[in-house]
Design a binder for this molecule. Structure first.
Ligand SMILES: [Fe+2]
Ligand SMILES: [Fe+2]
Length: 280
């Protein structure tokens, strides 16, 4: 069993996990400041050449499908907009936290699920229309919804790999295996760390409740993203555990089965075409 107090202390003592990655925090702050200009943001991001290169790669990928190649950071910021730049920066910045001495393979699977969930969440919102959710915010929620798994694997590798084994065998999903074997689940741990990192309470709550029966559009969207990921091999979880709230989620978001099929076909194709860039 894991003690939450002990986990909290471990997080606070860890240089990588105690606070949000610096560059993501800074870009987030800049984007929220109405007085910040594109030139200032460009100047700040361009100091980090890796981030700049990654943003350009993503901007030119089928995910954003520019009509003309985007060759400069300034062009990328103008084309994608500040909200997109913020979420892509976060995506690039947290990717390095998906590393583990004990299990590279599991961390890679977690990354695959996170990156795919981000894209899937955003694209469902854009694809179905009429949903009152912000596509970029949902990209972030999708990206972070299972971040608690990364934290648990990082700080309790031996215990957590047992959970992973249970899930891989198809005997259980993460949520129930964690509750039984660890006494704490990844949705709670994810909300805990994201609140420490200063994320908006809406993001924290969405992450914290993503395994409960959906009663609002954001949790319904997380159900759909996870159904998609488990069905199309972007998840370690057997789809039978994810479909429990599927009908309810479609109902909340007013999506019919035909629309769902149409939207998921498009997303599948985009993910396949961008798999190398996303690392999924
Ligand atoms: Fe989850
Ligand atoms: Fe998930």
């Amino acid at each position: 069993m894991i003690s939450l107090d002990e986990l909290t202390v471990r997080i606070e003592k860890d240089d990588d996990f105690a606070t949000m990655p610096h560059i993501a925090a800074k870009v987030m702050k800049m984007v929220e400041d109405p007085d910040v200009s594109v030139a200032e943001l460009e100047k700040y991001i361009s100091i980090d050449q890796v981030l700049t290169a990654e943003i350009l790669k993503l901007a030119n990928s089928p995910l954003y499908a520019p009509r003309m190649p985007i060759t400069s950071l300034k062009h990328a910021i103008n084309y994608l907009g500040l909200a997109n730049i913020r979420s892509l920066t976060l995506m690039v910045a947290i990717r390095s936290l998906y590393s583990s001495a004990e299990s590279k393979e599991v961390m890679a699977a977690f990354w695959k699920h996170s990156a795919a969930s981000a894209v899937v969440s955003r694209n469902i919102v854009m694809g179905v229309g009429g949903v009152e959710l912000n596509a970029e915010e949902m990209f972030t929620v999708g990206l972070l919804h299972d971040f608690g798994k990364v934290v648990l694997l990082k700080f309790y590798p031996d215990e957590y790999l047992k959970v992973v084994e249970e899930v891989k065998s198809g005997r259980r999903d993460f949520y129930s295996a964690e509750k039984e074997l660890l006494g704490v689940h990844h949705a709670y741990v994810g909300a805990l760390i994201l609140s420490k990192w200063g994320f908006h309470v809406d993001v924290v709550n969405a992450v914290g409740s993503h395994h409960e029966e959906p009663d609002n559009p954001v949790s319904a969207l997380m159900v759909l993203a996870n159904v998609f990921c488990s069905t199309w091999d972007y998840s370690l979880v057997d789809p039978k555990y994810e479909v429990k709230f599927f009908d309810r989620a479609l109902e909340i978001l007013s999506i019919d089965e035909d629309k769902w099929r149409e939207v998921t076909e498009g997303i599948k194709q985009q993910l396949e075409e961008s798999s190398e860039i996303l690392g999924v």
